[in-house]
Design a protein around this ligand. Sequence first.
Ligand code: PEP
Length: 248
Amino acid sequence: MRKFIVGNWKMNGTSADLGEMAEISAVARLHNSVDSALCIPATLIERAVAAVGAFPIGGQDCHMQNSGAHTGCVSAEMLSDAGAVLTIIGHSERRAAQHEQDSDIRAKAQAAKAAGLKAILCVGETLDEREAGMALEIVLGQVAHSLPDNAAGAWLSVAYEPVWAIGTGRVAEPADVADMHAAIRAALVGRFGAEGQKIRILYGGSMNGDNAAVLLAVPNVDGGLIGGASLTAAKFQPILAAAQASGE
Ligand code: PEP
């Protein structure tokens, strides 16, 4: 399976950063055995698409409905209309701050698919949950309840992102990542049969140029969702290089 390296710019970026996005797309083109993309603020999608050529640009959330009385929200159809080809769904920052539930995330995934977008659906346990020995139960529960029944296939990726590793510089141990990704794979295959093998499982949480090679070598780690280290071409490039090398 080709590795998938996705940058999550979160609430960062203005028109002054379009040049950096173009730089990132240029380095991504040099790593042509890796799939990559940037998920950016909705305000920049249309201009970013014009700036980066064929490089995939995505959003970071979508509403579950196409239109209506939802002040401040952006639908999957709107993302697609702006030129996005994918979106993140269910990021832990939204699960926590916007109180998104598995049922919301499931509906958002269905909306993304209906709009023709690829989706990266995030799951992950908090530190308290891990320390209580509940990490597997929590994550497999999120996988069971937030993936729609039509999830199978290459349109969906699952991102395992331990909440305590996001933006903290603290990275999960490769052995723990291996256990979690194997459990997620088993759940996907249990539910979707052979099609469950095609769903890429990304790791996210303080991945950077120093640790990417080790993390991407873990079985069932099919790519990465990267926050801080995706904001510049200089930081993103070594991750792309590690992904390319892991497939050689
Ligand atoms: C993320 O935003 O999904 C993420 C993994 O962030 P960071 O790489 O900064 O930990």
